[in-house]
Design a protein around this ligand. Structure first.
Ligand code: SF4
Length: 363
């Protein structure tokens, strides 16, 4: 019976690779290309995001920015609408910075090894290895969240995966697996196979061990310990933050303000935000608006990686003539029609969708 110390590694990559070729995913839009730009884009979009969500974003992004040069030449505000709703917006800002860096420092050619790719902004070791495996067939292991789940279960590696010692044990195992693998190993299929196994078979809640090609050598399956691996993180309550947002409309348009380029939703357009309703009222007064006419809308919460944001939206219709503007900078009026194309964070879009669908119609 396999256990944590003697689980064989010798047939692991071959089994994963053969299974991928037989039963893995082959029709995703970023498969079948060796263009490192397309592969890089897909890998960045897939971080923290489901494949089904990424497909539409990926296609639209490439239509608008088909090459590294096209992306580098664009301004950041032209890029953000193509990321709006995907979340984790630092990814888009880093992507844009990377494109410029590649054009300036690499003569517009994507770096040719995972070690070089990992020097670019926002690209870690695992993502760099995945790009190099798919684009160049480089023999470097990956270790993303899905792969960590497969490795911890299959090889019986305990310990919180974000802990340095556990992470090192995982990388060491991934290296050892490749060291023992035959030179003919198809790195692209092996890498894709690990990703496919983690997301479609060895799933977080209910691993489908009955159809897993690794069942015969899996530690967790043999010991019935699938639910214990990966070792759960100690529960920690997320801190919460409250804010109030002003939904100010005028003649069928809504007022948006640009977020600072760093921090949450950096560079996106959002509703004017205040720490609480009181600050919102004085913000309204600063703009010459009567806050007592504002109506409270249904609140909503948005969960970020490190905290939960409770949003209290307030609706106010401004009946001033269109020539008058609120006295604040970096604000624009956006018509209902143009909102569809605006780079809005998902919760802000939800608030505005609710506004459009309310009775009586507020837009
Ligand atoms: S046998 Fe089950 S637990 Fe083990 S790798 Fe396969 S799906 Fe995961």
């Amino acid at each position: 019976m396999p256990n944590a110390s003697n689980t064989p590694v010798s047939d692991f990559p071959g089994t994963v690779t053969e299974w991928q070729k037989r039963e893995g995913r082959h029709h995703l839009p970023w498969q079948g290309t060796r263009d490192p730009y397309c592969i890089w884009l897909s890998e960045i979009m897939l971080q923290q995001t489901q494949v089904t969500t990424v497909i539409g974003y990926y296609t639209r992004f490439l239509e608008r920015f088909p090459t590294i040069q096209a992306l580098a030449q664009a301004e950041q505000e032209e890029v953000m609408p193509y990321w709006a709703g995907l979340g984790y917006y630092a990814r888009a800002r880093n992507l844009h910075r990377c494109a410029r860096e590649i054009c300036q420092n690499w003569s517009g050619r994507f770096p040719g090894t995972s070690a070089e790719i990992a020097t670019l902004p926002g690209i870690g070791r695992s993502t760099a290895a995945a790009i190099a495996a798919f684009a160049y067939g480089e023999r470097s292991p990956i270790m993303d969240g899905n792969v960590k789940r497969v490795f911890t279960r299959h090889f019986g590696i305990f310990g919180v995966t974000s802990a340095r010692v556990t992470e090192q044990a995982l990388w060491d195992k991934a290296d050892a697996v490749l060291t023992d693998a035959p030179p003919s190993l198809d790195m692209a299929a092996y890498t894709q196979g690990l990703m496919d196994l983690g997301s479609t078979v060895c799933m977080r809640g209910k691993p489908a061990c009955g159809r897993c090609p690794l069942q015969h050598s899996c530690y967790a399956y043999a010991e019935g310990r699938q639910s214990e691996l990966p070792s759960p993180k100690p529960r920690k309550e997320k801190p919460e933050r409250d804010c109030a947002m002003l939904v100010l409309t005028r003649g069928g348009a809504v007022l948006l303000e640009r977020r600072p380029s760093t921090g949450i939703w950096g560079g996106l357009w959002s509703l004017p935000e205040f720490p609480d309703a009181e600050a919102l009222a004085s913000g309204c007064a600063d703009m010459g608006l009567d806050a007592s006419l504002a109506q409270r809308m249904g609140g909503l919460a948005h969960v970020f990686t490190h905290f939960k944001l409770n949003i209290e939206p307030w609706y106010l219709e401004w009946d001033a003539p269109e020539t008058e503007e609120p006295t604040c900078e970096d604000h624009i009026w956006v018509s209902k029609q143009d909102l569809a194309n605006a780079a809005l964070p998902a919760p802000v879009r939800k608030i505005l969708d609710g506004l459009a669908g309310s009775e009586p119609m507020l837009f």
